[in-house]
Design a protein around this ligand. Sequence first.
Ligand code: GDP
Length: 455
Amino acid sequence: MSEKTVAAISTAQGEGGIGVIRISGDDALEIADRIFKNVNGRKITEMKGYTAAFGKICNNGEEIDEAVALVFRAPNSYTGEDVVELSCHGGVFITKQVLRAVLSAGAVPAQAGEFTKRAFLNGKIDLTEAEAVIDIISAKSTSAARAALFAKEGVLRKKINSVKDDLLSLAAHLSAWADYPEEDIAEVTDDMIFDTCNKAITALEKLLSNYDSGQAVKQGIDTVIAGKPNVGKSTLMNLLSGCERSIVTDIPGTTRDIVEDTVVVGDVILRLSDTAGLRETDDTVEKIGVDRARKRLEECGLLLAVFDNSRELDSEDIELLKSAKNVPAVAIINKTDLKQKLDINYISNIISNIVYIAAKSGEGHEELVKAVEKIAGTENLNPSEGILSNERQRLAVSNALSSIKEARDALSLGMTFDAVTVSLEDAISQLLELTGEKASDEIIDRVFHNFCVGK
Ligand code: GDP
């Protein structure tokens, strides 16, 4: 690899116990030797891979910091190149000083995501695994991190490759059979083509059907908590987020604005907004809140519609139920510790998912978690089976699926095997693009554009 040796601070910019400066490329070991004085005198270039040394970082003869140097030798490193990681003290100033020393010793600054890009270009990982690296870093819940780790370990790559390999064998067989009729190549039967197409269609459809649930785990669902004043929205929000964020009062209309919060409910991330009630009001400030609440409600991915068990159903509740018809919703009957006056039958005729809680004491919390998981479809989501992580991946799978269906249709309509082959080849290219084996520079750049420097 003739790429230049690059370096960057790989830990977050801030004060911490340690800060890591990563150097990768052909000259990584020599460059590290120019600035690192090992306490035992041994040079980094003489060290084996997967070994460490303690020493001082020096720039122009001046000691900057103490550090541990970790040596990785190609191809057994993150990038597949020679790599040295210098773990120094984790200060913003000191890590910059060490990086500066590394750069003046001959490295060039790494671009955003360059280490991972090199790992991809050196064949250590495919594009889905590279994208999983970002997902691991940005994971906000155990399930999201778990799903990303499975992808990083190649679960999705293997699944895609298995579909792709079947299609490739079929396309190759079809071409060979058509192009060399005089050779003794086994006949391709319609059944063979149908079987391969159907198997691929099933696998890709499964991936697509899990996409939304996977996004609920990874990105979260835009969730609105709505209900008339005093039903207990703020109390519910506090219960879900485990801290006193919203203002809980007995005065109707106190929650005037939309409070944003992210909570993890079971496997699902909810991006919550605790909205104002939907009642008619002359108060200008409250009216702005109510209008915004209505808009959010129309656009949300999940509505938690809260009702007060101790009060009779009124026009405001009915107004909320009307909105609930158009979005996925859970009806939350709150204050079940108080005597029931609410007409729950009326509600259950409109919203089938009903949960009974007492937000104040936390009673019914688990049922709410189950209801949310059910509606988000994460109940049966198994990250070890591979989950598509983003829109790029979803689109490639969706396009591949259409092409395979076209191939199958071409066959059903009695078209030539050539027509079938063309569609199969389209599907194969989509899958090659997904894994990055045949992706354009533009696509690759776009993937790594989302990375931070140092990763
Ligand atoms: P919001 O206006 O919908 O945000 O309602 P709040 O969360 O501010 O709650 C209004 C009042 O109802 C507060 O006094 C809460 O303590 C009370 N409250 C909330 N949940 C419950 C509950 O489960 N049981 C009872 N008895 N009171 C509750």
